[in-house]
Design a binder for this molecule. Structure first.
Ligand code: M6R
Length: 366
């Protein structure tokens, strides 16, 4: 049942080229520069006039929401707020009929996320669900939605469900942009052609497994770890930290790289591994100066870099390469080595990777 892999988590990490392909099937038409999302088609007109989008979710799904915020604002130019469902439901949030609330949930059964959308629905918002489990409670409570089609996820640590959620959000951002006319067909042709090729690039990223294992061996005995990124690399850093803490029990924090000097920098010494998302995109130069700040304090730098990078390699202790891609697709690629890194560290520490202590696959109580 684990298909020859030692753990479900590893199997699910390796399934990602396929699960992302499944998620895009029948939804993207690169040659025409077109996205089709049958699940929200009825709301195509409404999407032209919405004031804002509120994304509600918990845990890893909330991280996917942060990536969604970045993409929807960039391409569809609709303001987005991303909320922890557990906080949102107990505030008295301002919600109108012109709002769309997107609930993201692998299981579709998370109690806080369900309660958040029930409340938003009562106040007149349109609810979209992004779920993996067909027919679960959240899809039933939603007005419309898009399934992630990642297949059953057994490992408690979410991996392929996360990248499928990010894929759906990418498609939604492009779909909304197409509806609103904030993107040209030629730009969409370019982006969708590249997106279509992302499963292949994930496959290439998985080939760094041995290098990642070596890095894991070097940092497996740490008690703390920082993950830093900027732009859409920031939610990737958060997700990397969550994965590490939940399965290896190493204390880890994700931070926007520029926030480091406002506090976390005090933690850095030769014992502290700092994982940077340092790919070649708009924040590359800025991330490089953040790496210098860590090296000046003798921190151990592990960097996720673009294939062929030379600058970061001069400074970092260990580099893990990922293929070059448009910034929009960076989270899909940069997440993969972080999943593998946590996995190997947890295995080396003798942890129960698929069923970490104190955690349940779906949190159906608040
Ligand atoms: O099923 P959901 O996506 O609603 O679950 C949300 C979180 O409980 C979940 O992502 C949790 O954080 C995972 N253990 C992360 O790996």
């Amino acid at each position: 049942e684990k298909g020859g892999f030692d753990h479900f988590m590893l199997k699910e990490i390796y399934e990602q080229p396929r699960s992302i392909k499944d998620c895009m099937r029948g939804r993207i038409y690169p040659e025409e520069g077109k996205v089709q999302l049958g699940g929200i088609k009825e709301f195509a007109e409404k999407l032209k006039n919405i004031d804002r989008i509120i994304i509600v979710a918990c845990g890893t799904s909330w991280h996917a929401g942060l990536v969604g915020e970045y993409l929807i604002e960039e391409y569809a130019r609709i303001p987005v707020e991303v909320e922890y469902a557990s906080e949102f439901r107990y505030r008295n949030p301002i919600i109108t009929e012109k709002d769309v609330v997107i609930a993201i949930s692998q299981s579709g059964e998370t109690a806080d996320t369900m309660a958040a959308i029930e409340m938003a629905k009562e106040r007149g918002a349109t609810i979209f669900g992004i779920c993996n489990v067909a027919g679960a409670s959240i899809p039933r409570l939603s007005h419309a939605g898009v399934y992630t089609h990642a297949g059953p996820e057994i490992g408690v640590a979410s991996t392929k469900a996360f990248t499928a959620q990010v894929t759906v959000l990418t498609l939604m951002a492009f779909y909304m942009a197409q509806q609103k006319g904030t993107i040209t067909t030629s730009k969409l042709i370019e982006l969708l052609t590249e997106l279509d090729n992302i499963p292949e690039k994930i496959q290439q990223t998985l080939e760094s497994n041995n290098i990642i294992k070596e890095v894991a061996d070097k940092i497996k005995d740490s008690t703390n770890c920082l993950f830093l990124g900027r732009g859409s690399g920031f939610p990737v850093a958060l997700e990397g930290a969550l994965k590490l803490k939940e399965i290896s029990y190493i204390h880890a924090e994700g931070y926007p790289a520029a926030e480091m000097k406002h506090g976390p920098i005090a933690l850095i010494d030769e014992e502290m591994p700092v994982v940077f998302i340092a790919t070649q995109n708009s924040s590359y130069e800025k991330v490089i100066s953040n790496i210098q700040e860590v090296k000046a304090r003798k921190g151990k730098v592990i960097a996720i870099v673009t294939q062929g990078d030379t600058e970061v390699k001069k400074m970092a202790d260990y580099c893990i390469e990922i293929p070059d891609a448009n910034e929009a697709f960076l989270p899909l690629l940069a997440t993969i080595p972080l999943q593998l890194l946590s996995y190997h560290i947890a295995v080396m520490r003798g942890c129960n990777v698929d069923q970490p202590r104190n955690l349940a696959k779906s949190v159906t109580v608040e």
